[in-house]
Design a protein around this ligand. Structure first.
Ligand SMILES: NC(=O)c1ccc[n+]([C@@H]2O[C@H](COP(=O)([O-])OP(=O)(O)OC[C@H]3O[C@@H](n4cnc5c(N)ncnc54)[C@H](OP(=O)(O)O)[C@@H]3O)[C@@H](O)[C@H]2O)c1
Length: 299
């Protein structure tokens, strides 16, 4: 049994992850940005750098899933600052506090990252963890996000970055947004439809975090993407089939750019053909490797 401190535990991944870890007998304490409601919550304010160093003492592991929603709206300059600071300030504060603790320091720090690390302009190039960071907004954000853990690394903490692909579950995230559109028969390929879409089921994403916490040899960055990425056209057709509709209505690239700006360009028209090479080499088994079967299982 471990004592685990979690930030971002209220989110799409954090909630089921905390539940699963608790079912396994681990003790979970949540870092919250509001007033704590009970003894298993500790207040912090990552934006203001506010976290008592003593709060970290005695935990085995720290997990960080914090981050303002990347697809909630247009990426204005102000929004971009929030997207960066909500991730980088959170990891940086935790990593610095970990480094400051001399005794009773948690040994493990597992942090969310994203396959946005590789940038959105990779066409059909297969990407594993050795690919360089992209030079666009998300590439630079993810690079800073991972580098923010350096103080913990330097202090000897085992640091794991899980570069998540788009997490699929009908309860939240991307699938929750597009399902009503497809059910109304209004879904279809985006832009050329040839861009690659890397995805992972929520169950596998949660499992990857547990793996990262529990596997002593795990260290560094891992792609958390199902081993069979698809093109946008294949995704559209699989989702149409799964909800019993024909997904024919295409959304042209220029309309997406016009409506959603850089966010649409990067998240919907960008291409990410990402493979979970390090997880597979380590023997991690995906419950949901293929899209068709995954959509049938989760919908
Ligand atoms: N879901 C995906 O498809 C996906 C893909 C790639 C990467 N990721 C990354 O994985 C992590 C977890 O994803 P998720 O889907 O669970 O995210 P989520 O549902 O959006 O939740 C993230 C959590 O971050 C905290 N948060 C929100 N706004 C914040 C802000 N302005 N400053 C600091 N904290 C803030 C909230 O927790 P509290 O209110 O409890 O603090 C929230 O529950 C995120 O960092 C996300 O970027 C997710």
């Amino acid at each position: 049994m471990m004592r685990i401190l979690m930030a971002g535990a209220s989110g799409m991944v954090g909630k089921p992850l905390a539940e699963r870890l608790q079912e396994q007998g681990h003790e979970i304490v949540r870092l919250v940005r509001r007033k704590p409601r009970n003894d298993s919550e500790i207040r912090w304010d990552p934006g203001a750098g506010d976290l008592d160093v003593e709060a970290l003492r005695g935990f085995d592991a720290v997990v960080c899933l914090s981050g303002a929603n990347i697809s909630a709206g247009r990426w204005t300059e102000a929004r971009k600052r929030t997207l960066v600071s909500s991730r980088v300030d959170s990891v940086s504060l935790l990593a610095n506090r970990l480094a400051e603790l001399n005794d009773g320091r948690p040994r493990i720090f597992v942090s969310a990252s994203a396959i946005g690390y590789y940038g959105a302009n990779n066409g059909d190039r297969a990407l594993d963890e050795t690919a360089p960071a992209g030079e666009d907004f998300l590439g630079s954000l993810c690079k800073q996000w991972e580098a923010a853990a350096d103080p913990a690394r330097a202090a000897g903490v085992r640091v794991v970055h899980l570069r998540l692909a788009v997490v699929l579950d009908p309860s939240d995230g991307m699938l929750k947004k597009v399902l009503p559109v497809f059910r109304m028969n209004l879904g279809g390929p985006l832009g050329s439809g040839k861009q690659y879409f890397s995805w992972v089921s929520l169950e596998d994403a949660v499992h990857a975090f547990i793996w990262g916490i529990e596997t002593e040899e795990a260290v560094g960055a891992y792609n958390v993407a199902a081993p069979y990425p698809v093109t946008n056209r294949e995704f559209t057709s699989a989702l149409g089939k799964a909800v019993g509709r024909v997904a024919l209505l295409p959304a042209p690239g220029f309309a997406i750019r016009l409506a959603l700006g850089e966010m649409g360009e990067s998240l919907l028209l960008g291409s990410a053909r990402v493979y979970p090479k390090r997880l597979e080499t380590a023997g991690f088994a995906f419950t949901h490797p293929k899209l068709d079967a995954t959509l049938r299982a989760i919908l």
